[in-house]
Design a protein around this ligand. Structure first.
Ligand SMILES: [Zn+2]
Length: 463
């Protein structure tokens, strides 16, 4: 009975070791029915391979008694001692050693070997195992189970960088104006193949709340939605805003050839499924629309609204707008074009720091594969990748869409401006007269605050 009482005290030491992140083993030294020393496993913390619970307890006991010989002492330890500790116990000439759980891997008190049974080594130390063995073993198992789970979680959060990809250093995104949100990452989606995708996931979609899925285009990233997000969150809604692979805080494959319409569409489809987005208002502009407008037909029950800004469908069976062809030519001739200047040119209201934030993801040429790949990726023939699925999407918007649709158009856009948007409006069942913003250009979201208020009033009049 008293063995169990002392083993309980050794267990208390083991729990303290676990709390400190050490393998939970604890020991006490008892003399004449009294605990004179305790020890807990601490090799990690002390950078000391000999800092096993038993050694720590033996040292403390010898100090307490002023004698390296502990003839009239008993040692209680939660785990069968190893060869080192068993040897030290024999040197100390302990009267008795009591342990809890057996250690089939390194135990030197019967499991792997038994130093206590060597007549040449041991003349007086008695041995007993199995006291509170189950409790002692459970503590160890729980510790290792938790540690395995922690390691898996760590690996999940770490998202190792693929060799054929680049990752813009975090420092490039420090202190961007108007972008306070916590980054979230995913790399487990099959279509990502281990690439790390960044997205914002803010707010709670409570009773009647909407999830605004905000998709950016080329060469923007989720920063584009910084003026709309606060308005939507304040209204009690959720916002999800991914950065396409190759953009923003997402990984950037080195090769232009990684990028294809189908790959990016598949990634978005998988993201929506993995986050299980419900009551979605799809918010699109530019490539956000080329890709995003093909998503709802794959899971119509998830979507109930469409907020569509300057974009188009790449069906491949109609000529691309002249403004777009001019843009594509500009990109081909000037692959190193200045992203910040592009925003500054169309948005005189933006600060220099805001414009620079759009350049942040692309510190050098190597990071710009997506910028080179995207303009030629717009389907421009019936057989082009994405054309067939875009024609299918056209049919969906014309015939099957049952949600509400709001179109907001930046009038100053030379690429996908009012004429193109009129054409798109005609394809979307139930889409009313577009709201035209006279001052806004291609990047309509740079006027996002009034756009978000208008959208709230339209999609969520009760809010
Ligand atoms: Zn040991």
């Amino acid at each position: 009975m008293s063995d169990e009482i002392f083993m309980q005290q050794a267990l208390a030491q083991a729990r303290q070791a676990a709390a400190a992140g050490e393998v939970p083993v604890g020991a006490v030294v008892v003399r004449r029915g009294e605990v004179i020393a305790t020890g807990r496993n601490a090799p990690v913390d002390g950078h000391d391979p000999t800092a096993h619970a038993e050694i720590v307890a033996l040292r403390a006991a010898a100090q307490a008694l002023g004698n390296y010989r502990l003839d009239d002492c008993e040692l209680f330890v939660t785990l069968e001692p190893c060869a080192m500790c068993s040897g030290a116990m024999l040197h100390a000439r302990l009267r008795r050693v009591v342990f809890g759980a057996a250690d089939p891997k390194t135990g030197a008190a019967g499991s792997v070997l038994n130093l206590f049974e060597q007549p040449q080594l041991n003349h007086q130390t008695a041995l007993q195992g199995g006291v509170l063995a189950r409790e002692c073993g459970d503590l160890l198992q729980a510790f290792f189970r938790q540690r395995r789970a922690d390691k898996r979680e760590e690996a999940r959060l770490a998202h190792p960088l693929r060799e054929d990809a680049l990752r813009t250093p975090d420092a490039a995104f420090d202190r961007l104006p108007g972008y306070p949100w916590q980054p979230r990452y995913v790399s487990e989606l099959p279509a990502l193949g281990g690439l790390r995708m960044h997205y914002l996931y803010e707010g709670e979609a409570g009773e009647g709340g909407l999830t605004w899925l905000c998709l950016h285009g080329n060469p923007a990233w989720s920063y584009l939605y910084r003026k709309m997000i606060p308005v939507l969150l304040e209204a009690g809604h959720r916002v999800v805003a991914p950065d396409l692979i190759g953009f923003g805080k997402s990984d950037k494959p080195k090769k232009d050839s990684f990028h294809s319409f189908s790959t990016h569409r598949q990634i978005l489809l998988e993201l929506v499924e993995s986050l299980d987005l419900q009551n979605v208002v799809l918010v699109v502009q530019d490539w956000g629309g080329l890709l995003g407008l093909t998503l709802p037909m794959a899971a119509p029950r998830r979507y109930q609204g469409l907020l569509v800004m300057n974009t188009t469908l790449g069906t491949g069976d109609a000529p691309l707008p002249a403004g777009f062809l001019a843009w594509r030519e500009m990109c081909a001739k000037n692959p190193e074009f200045d992203v910040a200047r592009l925003f500054a040119r169309g948005n005189p209201q933006m600060s220099a720091a805001e414009c620079a934030a759009y350049s942040a993801p692309f510190p050098d040429k190597g990071h710009r594969a997506a910028l080179r790949a995207f303009p030629p990726m717009v389907p421009d023939s019936p057989d082009a990748d994405g054309a067939a699925i875009s024609r299918q999407a056209r049919g969906f918007w014309q015939n099957d869409w049952t949600g509400r649709s709001l179109m907001v158009v930046g009038a100053q856009d030379p690429v996908l401006g009012p004429p193109v948007m009129r054409g798109l409006q005609a394809l979307i069942r139930g889409c009313g007269e577009p709201v035209v913003l006279a001052q806004a250009g291609h990047f309509v979201q740079e006027h996002g605050e009034p756009v978000a208020r208008q959208a709230l009033a339209f999609f969520s009049p009760a809010a």
